[in-house]
Design a binder for this molecule. Sequence first.
Ligand code: ZN
Length: 372
Amino acid sequence: MEITAQEILSGLREWVEIESQTADVEGVNRMMSKCAAEYEAAGAGVERIPGVEGRGDHLRITSAWGGDGPGILVLCHLDTVHPKGTLAKDLPFRIEGDKAYGPGIYDMKGGAYIALCAYRAIAAGSTPNGLPIRFLYVSDEETGSRTSRRLIEQEAERAKYVLVTEPARDGGRVVTGRKGVGRYVMSARGRPAHAGSKHQEGLNAITEVARQAVTIDGWTDYARGITFNVGQIKGGTADNVVPEHCSATIDMRVLTVADGEELDRRIKALKPHNPAIELTVTGGLNRPPFEKNAGIASLFAHAKGIAAEIGFELHDLSTGGGSDGNFTAHKVPTLDGLGVDGNGAHTLHEHLLISSLVPRMTLQKRLFESLS
Ligand SMILES: [Zn+2]
């Protein structure tokens, strides 16, 4: 018997109702336990990798078939951006027509859960003989995968294909390109002084950072797909004190590795306008660009063929948002956006489309079975 959308949704609801914001290690680890138990019950091998640096555990899950050779790597994350309490207050699990709402339901518990359903469906069938499948369920994607990146890159070494269960976009499109992402912190240290009586003795760290912010903002070049965003700025202690400290966070997006390297050098070479102020820039390109190459194009063509057999038309797109697919795409054919269709990622109207559950699960299942 084929699984129904209602059956998928009732299992997924249990995942969504375990809140798991990245920094909430207890919540993330409860979510990992739930996921591990369900894969174990389906006969998969589960290894739990303890969390470090204030992050939750990761799971490496291995199919019961296929052995140790090169296989399919499936990348999922179980952390969300929604703080604990969102479920009770702002975004309870609920269904309205074709939409199911809940924290992380679209990004990406929906996609991560249908991967389990696809695995179960194959495991329950007659002796599976496809490529081995290794799933990574990581705990820190939403904050840049600092503690899981090495694991992802290691697993990619023995992968023939990488499938990422991030949400589908714009009516079910999969993702075959993503910008590279750089994250920086700029800090300035000036000299504090009384803003009334000793103003001339102060060196204003906020003014310095503000001038740098304008410069960095000017590097945005939409035609080349380059953007800079000074997203947070902090500084000062009181209205009447010349501020000694100021810091700003900067988010950079690029389409090509060459642009990433050039701009990384440029931001790190910034000099203070006032040479008496100490200016430092830390950070770097934390996700390299995911460029659609020939291997990715042919993997997409394969998926498109499967979708046509299932009964829907599959399109692809390139997006500005990064994912763990950025870590693998330059080495292994990678197809992203294989999760559920919906909208409102990272917002309080986050939802999936119930009608996408079975087709997307079937797409993942047939990819697992047919890639060779
Ligand atoms: Zn995501």
